[in-house]
Design a protein. Sequence first.
Length: 263
Amino acid sequence: MTVTEDAVLFEVAGGVATITLNRPDQMNAINADLSAGLMDALRQVRARDDVRVAILTGNGRAFCAGADLRGRAGGPAAASGVGGLFPTEDTVGFQQFDPKKPVIGAVNGYCLGGGFEIALSCDLLIASEAAQFGLPEITLGFFPLAGAPVKLPRSIPRVLANDLLFTGERIDAATARSFGIVSRVVPADELMPVARAMAEKIAGYAPLAVRAMHELVRRQGNMPLGEAERMASTMRWAIGQTDDAKEGPRAFAEKRAPVFKGE
């Protein structure tokens, strides 16, 4: 299935949605079609019962090289300033939209500017050895518009985040892993098989427990510790009442694979 013509591709198999940014000739640079297509795909992830987890990747040499500055040069964005590059509702980093299910970012190549911010909005992030990361906005006279100045210093040590934000320099995949930006770095030809294996594993777990974990992880970052712990306790009790919570221990005792139904 194709969303918004060819700018974003969306397919579902075995409980896993694969979202592919698909402007390879433009390094998957963000324009209105790609931004709207990405949000449409994420809304489908949230709405569809046959989707339990999603993979987000790019087609070609880039995951996403950021805003399509060349495509918008001299157009409305030039007249209205950099803020005109991105739709106000269909935010490029999707930080204002919660798909309610885990999204695995599979960074296949250049991951720059707004593309880096898209990656930071994923719940799990892995990269190929060919990946490069950077936030070059400061070199162009502005700064990242979709959450990096707020999100990155909360995700990795502040001095490392500031290095990227203030210098605009790129780092390779190995450095990104050492910074704690990605959890795994794999050869390019193994990226999607590894991402799919991760997704299929998560898709096989109890969906209510996965969704509760996802909600807790996403929401607790803005809460005081005590409030987050109370939320975790409430969720733990609720999940403990589900049929799936009984099926897991029962299957373990019977030495068989559990059959989780989301009940």
